[in-house]
Design a protein around this ligand. Sequence first.
Ligand SMILES: Cc1cc2nc3c(=O)[nH]c(=O)nc-3n(C[C@H](O)[C@H](O)[C@H](O)COP(=O)(O)O)c2cc1C
Length: 192
Amino acid sequence: MSALKILVIPGSLRTGSLNAKLAAVAAHELAQQGAEVTRISLADFPLPIYDGDLQGKSGVPKHAVNLKRMMSAHHGVLIVTPEYNSSVPPLVKNTIDWVSRVQDAQEARGEVFRERAFAIAAASESRLGGTRSLAALRLILTACHASVIPNQLALSFAGQAYDDMDKLRHPADIEALDAMARQLIDVSQRMM
Ligand SMILES: Cc1cc2nc3c(=O)[nH]c(=O)nc-3n(C[C@H](O)[C@H](O)[C@H](O)COP(=O)(O)O)c2cc1C
């Protein structure tokens, strides 16, 4: 059987991003559990704000097509999102909107969401740890007919969540990450 491939997408471009850091820790955990992990930056897939006229005139931008194909080349996808005003940031929503418009030959539009497992995580300095952003992201992905696994990770007080070795400090966070990674691998395997 070919190796199980998981794509990890941090939903922030910010230098020192708490979510990019959580994505790195999650990628490490997924690799420890046996997955072949690719971690990208959305800085390598810059996209204009979705505009139907732009799509009508020039088609879907090549970065959206490339990102969709990268997702298609993996069995599971983990999105690690910040929370902005109780929801997902425009970067995350806009990326999903564009990817949902890609239609490769011999494929139905949106197949990339339907045919693989998705997991979601968030990091925030607040006590809620981006829980509301996770609820919004789950709704968006579900609307795209994605299978979003039940286990998720909302990392509260994320600035203080790590030890000197950049490992998660609190047992509850370690357990949540472990359970999420395990379930993503398990469901991705079953959908292979
Ligand atoms: C426009 C804006 C709105 C925000 N709203 C929230 C919020 O609703 N809940 C929250 O926990 N943090 C909120 N924050 C703080 C972010 O969680 C914090 O900036 C976080 O570090 C962003 O993620 P990053 O570090 O991965 O870039 C907001 C930040 C910005 C810029």
